[in-house]
Design a protein around this ligand. Sequence first.
Ligand SMILES: [Zn+2]
Ligand SMILES: [Zn+2]
Length: 238
Amino acid sequence: MPTPTPCPGTHNNAWRAAEAERQATGIDHDLKPVWGQPVHCPRCADRARSQLADLPELLAAIWLEALHGTRPKTTGTIGRSTTPSWPGQAARMITDHIIGGLIDFEDDIRDLRGLRPRVHHGQEGTNADRAITFLTAHLSWALECHPMAGEPHDRLSANPAAQIHHWHAAAQRFTRRDIRMDRYGMPCPRCELLSLYRTDGDDYIECRNLECGQLLTPGEYEEHCRAFAKERVHQTAA
Ligand SMILES: [Zn+2]
Ligand SMILES: [Zn+2]
């Protein structure tokens, strides 16, 4: 059994920063990491699996946007300055980005595991489906044994789970599904910002503060609300 390491997920960012600080300055901290089993924690592993499973439907939704061109003007800050020069170009770009990434990822794992090279298919939808099927079958290996599996997640991380998260988030943003998100009223138990959200169909409530990324189950959120309320009652009573 390999020795567990702290999960590379964003929810351990605060712990990693505190550890770096401790090593540089000797100032101790009382943060505890969430341990991997043995590399990713079960929450991050489940999430990577369900986000990968969502990709075929998200890609189909992007293709539909390209065909019907119903997407309203981008209102976010990213990509606002680049106006697509022909209808469907934005959909084309994001499709290339995600499918290209999936195929590279499949090639990479085949290479690392000494498997037969991928059979190239002329149809990109078929290539994407095959890559997703392949990656699903090899995901447990990728989250544990890929050379980048332990790299902390961020937008540019080559960690397999971080890459899946990045494609999923990009596809959700494009199809405007990230708007179907409920904001939760309590401050995050870790960073104390009002940044807790739950995306439709997600099992977890997530802190959207990129420095934090705390994941809570609905039960833990309830527990947090109770503790928060109790603390306030004591404060007002004092
Ligand atoms: Zn994790
Ligand atoms: Zn937070």
